[in-house]
Design a protein around this ligand. Structure first.
Ligand code: BGP
Length: 460
């Protein structure tokens, strides 16, 4: 029997921009996603944009009832900044009503809300002023955080500031999957710096808030980094990837400072971001109470030819490297490697002060999932059950070995919209039918998971 600790949090995660819908209704102003879709709809899979997400703005009660039927005891979503403060200053009463109703509905059904503030959805008005590149975004975010804590802090006792800050930096400033889709390493570093400063300021706001008696976290995608070989060049490349992708976030969140090696390398290359005098103190005084760890797949690294550190095209580290034992999810192309979850769990225990943490996202995206529908109309997602099981086994081993993990959230509860991929890959315990009024139907994994939760574990 794979048994989990008492009071373990079993849940699922989504985000406001990926699930709510009502993208420009009831006072909400556009985020970068809403505007980008207006400009280039053809870039979004099947032309489905951010207004066609899974409609929870209208049917959250149905979702909560389904969560209850599955025995979930926790659930994460985010607040849309552009809904709560459409112009950055004015409180939108309709948003307050919506989120209070939503969180209350969860609580009354025995499901603890875990609420995140930023899930890649930069307000358009702020993007026009430079987005995270502009220092003023830090103050705007701190104000938004303060308002959110004031309005919902009596209901919500577990908060997160950012979801996967690496992703909006990487995809927006050294890739082209997020707005403003530029490729500029120096600008990316400035964006990263301001994001983390905004995180620390939001933590400070929480601790000052009248409702600040709960806990606050950041959610990081902690994909463990593995070098291709023992060769010095590959080891160095892995160290750089780890420094940039993992430690620059984890060290700030848990220790309140950037890794020395990173600062030295950036200084030598004249790439240090612009900072202000008291920033160091802000980082140092505002470390997190707990962490969320999103884990999908590891990073396999090999040294690029003639590498000089810092490498300002970080994606060069991952190109063209075929790991012979790789198991690939054929439906999404991502590697399946449950041991990675064990490794990161033990690293948090051993190198990050035994910080309490939970799996805030893990999951398996599958395209054209309707092909697995059985004669009773249920999607038989046995591949997802196998995926979750393997990851839970790795997680349980880490917990037995002392890693202080207190929960597991699947991405996601009901299929939701995903950025440029829209509904290409489905992740939910529940199917959402876009052509049939967003109708929800449970997949096999939801029944399997309901049993796991009831027993707080499972047999083989
Ligand atoms: C994470 C994000 C989620 C979600 C998930 C699945 O990085 O936090 O927002 O989208 O990945 O990835 P994708 O939707 O790209 O398949």
């Amino acid at each position: 029997m794979y048994q989990f600790p008492k009071d373990f949090l079993w849940g699922a995660a989504t985000s406001a921009p990926q699930s709510e819908g009502a993208a420009l209704l009831d006072g909400k102003s556009p985020s970068t996603w809403d505007k980008w879709f207006e400009m280039e709809p053809e870039l979004f899979y099947d032309g489905v944009g951010p207004k066609d997400t899974s409609n929870t703005y209208y049917c959250y009660k149905e979702d909560v009832a389904n969560m209850k039927a599955m025995h979930l005891n926790s659930f994460r979503t985010s607040i849309a900044w552009t809904r709560l403060l459409p112009d950055g200053k004015t409180l939108n009463r309709k948003a307050v009503r919506f989120y209070r109703n939503y969180f209350t509905e969860l609580i009354e059904n025995g499901i603890e809300p875990i609420v995140n503030l930023f899930h890649f959805d930069m307000p358009w008005w702020l993007m026009e002023k430079g987005g995270w590149e502009a220092r003023e975004s830090v103050e705007h975010f701190a104000y938004y955080a303060r308002v959110a804590f004031e309005q919902f802090g009596d209901l919500v006792k577990k908060w997160a500031t950012f979801n996967e800050p690496l992703v909006h930096i990487e995809c927006g400033y050294f890739g082209n999957a997020h707005w403003p889709k530029v490729r500029d390493f120096k600008r990316a570093l400035q964006v990263g710096y301001h994001t983390l400063l905004a995180h620390a300021k939001a933590v400070a706001e929480y601790r000052k808030s009248i409702h600040g008696d709960g806990k606050i976290a950041i959610i990081l995608n902690l994909s463990p980094v593995y070098a291709k070989s023992e060769a010095k060049a590959d080891q160095e490349a892995a160290q750089w990837a780890d420094l940039l992708y993992i430690r620059s976030f984890l060290d700030v969140a848990v220790y309140g400072r950037f890794p020395k090696e990173l600062v030295t390398l950036l200084k030598e290359a004249d790439l240090l971001p612009v900072t202000a005098q008291n920033d160091k103190e802000i980082f140092a005084n505002n470390t997190v109470d707990f962490l969320g760890c999103n884990y999908y797949q590891p990073l396999r690294v090999q040294a690029p030819k003639n590498a000089h550190y810092p490498i300002s095209e970080p994606r060069d580290l991952f190109n063209g490297y075929d790991w012979p034992q790789k198991r690939i999810n054929p439906h999404r192309g991502w590697e399946i490697y449950p041991t990675g979850l064990y490794d990161i769990a033990m690293r948090l225990k051993n190198s990050y002060q035994n910080i309490p943490w939970f799996v805030s996202e893990n999951g398996m995206g599958v395209s054209d999932e309707e092909r697995f529908t059985n004669s009773e109309g249920v999607i038989e997602d046995t591949y997802r059950i196998a995926f979750i099981k393997e990851h839970l086994i790795a997680l349980q081993r880490a917990i037995n070995d002392g890693s202080p993990c207190f929960g597991y959230h699947l991405w996601t509860f009901a299929d939701c919209w995903s950025w440029l991929n829209a509904y290409k890959n489905r992740y939910g315990y529940y199917r959402v039918e876009l052509d049939d009024h967003f109708k929800r139907t449970p997949k096999s994994s939801s029944f399997w998971m309901a049993d796991v939760i009831l027993n707080n574990g499972f047999n083989h």
